[in-house]
Design a protein around this ligand. Structure first.
Ligand code: IMP
Length: 156
């Protein structure tokens, strides 16, 4: 976590980035990450979901979006986990339409085997196998976000 924070600090030095936290899943990761960062930054939040149970539906539901004007800003999206990448790329399209100076993503976890896009992710905490995980902000049907660590959900 500290390494990730220092790398972002270095890359965004003098850029005062806007960090956009994707709720609900990224709330704990974002709280830990930004507290380890040292550069000046703004934070805003949005909510989007594409999951039902343990599989991605591909159908995005946005409940609310950020309020900061992103035009000419350096935007860094904070995601909990990138699976197929559909949620992230849907969001990237929306953000690019606001004409930011740059847009990138930091995610806690990525499932590379499920990722359906050619663009690599710049900041990834940990690459994991294609399994469903809960804890540290990540849920299964609303439960498990409060767990202190990350656990693989085993089929019953
Ligand atoms: P994608 O659109 O397939 O990349 O799915 C990304 C979103 O699905 C994440 O932001 C999570 O909310 C959710 N998600 C994907 N995999 C998992 C998982 O293993 N555990 C909990 N949520 C997940």
């Amino acid at each position: 976590m500290t390494n990730l924070a220092s790398k972002i600090d270095k890359d965004y030095h003098n850029q005062n980035p806007v960090l956009l936290v994707v709720l609900n899943g990224a709330f704990i990761f974002a709280a830990d990450l930004v507290r380890r960062m040292e550069i000046p930054l703004q934070l805003d939040f949005l909510r989007i979901s594409s999951y039902a149970g343990t599989s991605s539906t591909g159908k995005m539901e946005e409940h609310f979006l950020w309020r900061i004007d992103l035009k000419n800003q350096h935007v860094l999206i904070i995601e909990d986990i990138v699976d197929t990448g559909h949620t992230l790329h849907h969001l990237l399209d929306k953000i690019k339409a606001k004409e930011p100076a740059s847009v990138d993503v930091v995610c806690l976890l990525q499932k590379p085997a499920a990722y359906a896009y050619p663009t690599p992710l710049k900041y990834v905490g940990l690459a994991i196998p294609n399994e469903f995980v809960v804890g540290y902000g990540l849920d299964y049907e609303g439960l498990g976000r409060d767990l202190d660590s990350i656990y693989t959900l085993k089929p019953a």
